[in-house]
Design a binder for this molecule. Structure first.
Ligand code: ADE
Length: 226
């Protein structure tokens, strides 16, 4: 998979993309992530990327020209399954949506900033808008990192143990069961004995019941939310 990310702040991605699973996924060739600085496509002498909104109002608006020039150049080389704009107005990111997107070959992700992007970009170039939650971030970069992580870890082969993505919270509309590691006895707090029983059937049953109970208590509407 190839993910092209358009941003005014490529430096923001350096840490998250160069560690852990995202680092390994790139090193193993499961995904190529390209960061593009929108400012490189600015046409004015001062490389402006934002301007005042027509009709007034607070905040600046990202200009149509640098963004569209960048998108057009990338589109001339790559055929994208989706051109995604991250915005609080978008469709809510859920595990089923991450699953669907992880099956794509090429994605382009546009990060907005300031008060938003010129509406003509949204209507003529964006094919999908995604929100990572009902709150407003200062820009789309953090949302793009969340979206990229959620997608990339689902690409087959990225996780060492294929089943570990399958047993994630939300993958089957249930939260994950509790997990424990050594020591068995921490200041008198014991690990449930069933987990040491060696009885795979009993362990699976216990995990399922714990998942059900946790989902009932914490997210009773989860089954209806996807
Ligand atoms: N940009 C600003 N807020 C956002 C959100 N909640 N989701 C996605 N992109 C955003």
């Amino acid at each position: 998979m190839t993910i092209d990310i358009l941003t005014l702040f490529p430096e923001m991605f350096e840490g998250p993309f160069s560690l852990s699973i995202l680092k390994r996924a790139q090193a193993k060739g499961h995904v190529t992530i390209n960061l593009h600085n929108i400012r490189d496509w600015a046409t004015t002498k001062h490389k402006n990327v934002d301007d005042y909104p027509f009709g007034g109002g607070a905040g600046m608006v990202m200009m149509v020209e640098p963004v569209v020039r960048c998108i057009e150049e990338l589109k001339s080389k790559t055929s994208y399954d989706d051109i995604i704009y991250l915005s609080p107005d978008g469709e809510l990111l859920t595990q089923p949506l991450a699953n669907r997107l992880s099956g794509n070959q090429n994605l382009l992700i546009l990060c907005g900033h300031y008060k938003g992007i010129d509406e003509r970009i949204r209507t003529h170039f964006i094919t999908r808008e995604i929100s990572i939650g009902d709150y407003v971030l200062s820009g789309g970069e953090l949302a793009a990192m969340v979206l990229t992580d959620a997608i990339v870890r689902l690409i087959p082969g990225v996780l060492n143990d294929e089943t570990s993505a399958l047993s994630d919270s939300y993958q089957d509309n249930l939260l994950s069961p509790p997990v424990y590691t050594r020591p068995y006895d921490f200041r008198g707090l014991l690990v449930p004995d069933v987990l040491l029983s060696g009885n795979d059937k009993e362990i699976a049953k216990w995990k399922y019941e714990q998942s059900l109970e946790r989902t009932r208590q914490r997210r009773p509407g989860l089954c209806n939310e996807t």
